[in-house]
Design a protein around this ligand. Structure first.
Ligand SMILES: Cc1cc2nc3c(=O)[nH]c(=O)nc-3n(C[C@H](O)[C@H](O)[C@H](O)COP(=O)(O)OP(=O)(O)OC[C@H]3O[C@@H](n4cnc5c(N)ncnc54)[C@H](O)[C@@H]3O)c2cc1C
Length: 424
């Protein structure tokens, strides 16, 4: 089974998030007001923990329903598992997705959100023959993968454009969401009339809390008083953070030479660090000029799990060694032209502590079954009396693990909070 077949505003200093470097690439800066990390006390109707797609979506929905919403994000950037990078100055690559890139036609929730924001989409390139490398010394062979690859779509501007649209939406309307970055929540304490959230140097009183951080990260990092019931803790610990183990490498070129040779760019390989490779070109690019290198042409690969022989030692090697290993594999699959990239980017999600813990360092054997009933409604054990509501891609059955699930979970959490408010 392949891992991935497609196919802060207490002041308004407007500093963009500290960019996360992906080698020569810069992640897109999502401009949100920057909250000061000073001792402070906040008061809000609903606190949202986690500024990924789920947290941002539920924050927007509740703010639109008239709730005072405060969102706390541990990282200095928003988006969570969504990272869209921009390229080095001389390279005219507008964007590269180093986290999620695709959504699929059957995924109604993410499709509706993308359509709601009027984002342009395009179909993942699949035309041409795929390549298969058995890794046994024989030359890689072309094959027809048209029956294996499902139609999928990408967003123009990358998934970062979706995060940017959510951030913009969160700041418009009569009830803008208060967003705090660099604001990890450490403890949650339930009181009779609400919950107190504590972070480093701040605390916040909220009527209800929506936890939209990955369940395993929550179980590891957040202390609950009263403690969560054992079965809830067990459920959090056993919920896989989808793709947390993943590492993506993206190589950009000044021409789509594989397409010109009748290849789709899709490859399955056991002969190097990348196990699954895809065309990652972005639309609307021309040939290079003397002073500009339009590098809208790219190949992207998922690094094989560390247990795979071909990828052993890859993540521990230095960047130059990794780059060389990736290029050598692409040469083997697509010819000598692959040796002349414009740029190379990589992103190892297993090193991101807010995404990946020890239990997620290796991939599950198959796509997990998501959607434990304990994540539904305000159920976090009776002791929390509906004050705690779960969201996040990994908490729903419908689209579990995917962006679609993140949006579905946000809708569920918003409906739960509004229903609980009406009931009390
Ligand atoms: C390499 C890769 C490729 C992927 N490809 C696809 C794809 O093509 N299509 C697809 O649909 N999905 C894909 N996914 C999955 C997709 O990225 C996720 O489903 C989605 O982004 C999860 O959103 P989320 O908001 O639920 O969680 P996250 O994005 O993980 O957001 C959770 C947020 O909580 C924050 N947080 C954690 N702890 C705390 C704390 N204590 N206090 C405050 N904040 C905290 C984190 O920093 C993070 O920002 C991919 C993922 C990866 C890594």
């Amino acid at each position: 089974m392949l891992t991935h077949m497609p196919c802060a505003p207490l002041d308004s200093d407007h500093h963009a998030a500290v960019p996360v470097r992906a080698d020569s690439f810069r992640t897109s800066r999502v401009p949100t007001p920057l909250a000061p990390i000073v001792p402070m006390h906040l008061d809000t109707d609903v606190a949202v923990i986690g500024g990924g797609v789920a947290g941002l979506t539920v924050a927007c929905q509740l703010a639109a329903a008239g709730q005072r919403v405060t969102l706390f994000e541990a990282r200095s950037r928003l988006g969570g598992r969504v990272v869209t990078a921009t390229a080095a100055p001389l390279v005219d690559t507008p964007w590269l997705d180093l986290g999620p890139a695709w959504f699929w036609p059957h995924q109604q929730h993410i499709r509706a959100l993308v359509a709601h924001f009027g984002l342009s989409v395009f179909e993942q390139h699949r035309a041409g023959l795929a390549m298969y490398d058995a890794g046994d010394g024989r030359a890689p062979q072309p094959f027809d993968a048209s029956g294996q690859t499902a139609r999928s779509y990408r967003v123009v501007g990358g998934m970062g454009a979706l995060v940017q649209a959510l951030v913009t939406a969160s700041q418009t309307g009569p009830h803008p969401v208060t967003v705090h970055r660099d604001a990890a929540i450490r403890t949650l304490t339930r009181h009779d009339d609400g919950v107190v959230l504590n972070g480093d140097g701040f605390h916040c009183t909220a009527g209800r809390v929506i936890v939209a951080a990955p369940p395993r990260v929550v179980a590891r990092d957040i202390k609950f008083a009263p403690p969560l019931a054992d079965r809830v803790v067990e459920t959090l610990r056993s919920t896989v953070t989808w793709m947390a183990h993943a590492m993506k490498c993206v190589v950009t070129y000044d021409a789509p030479f594989w397409r010109e040779a009748g290849r789709s760019g899709y490859a399955i390989s056991w002969g190097g660090p990348l196990q699954e490779i895809h065309d990652a070109c972005v639309p609307g690019h021309d040939r290079p000029t003397p002073d500009r290198h339009p590098a809208g042409y790219a190949l992207m690969g998922f690094v094989a799990p560390p247990t795979g022989v071909a990828a052993q030692g890859f993540r521990a090697a230095n960047r130059e060694e990794r780059r060389a290993a990736v290029l050598s594999q692409l040469v083997r699959l697509f010819g000598d032209r692959a040796q002349r990239p414009v740029d190379y980017a990589e992103y190892d999600w297993s090193r991101e502590t807010q995404t990946c813990g020890q239990d997620d360092a290796l991939p599950p054997g198959a796509h997990p079954e998501y959607g434990h009933p304990l994540f539904e409604g305000g159920a976090a054990g009776d002791s929390w009396q509906g004050r705690l509501v779960w969201a996040g891609a990994d908490t729903v059955a419908d689209g579990g693990g995917y962006l679609d699930g993140a949006v579905a979970s946000a809708r569920r959490a918003a409906a739960t909070v509004l229903a609980l408010r009406t009931a009390t």
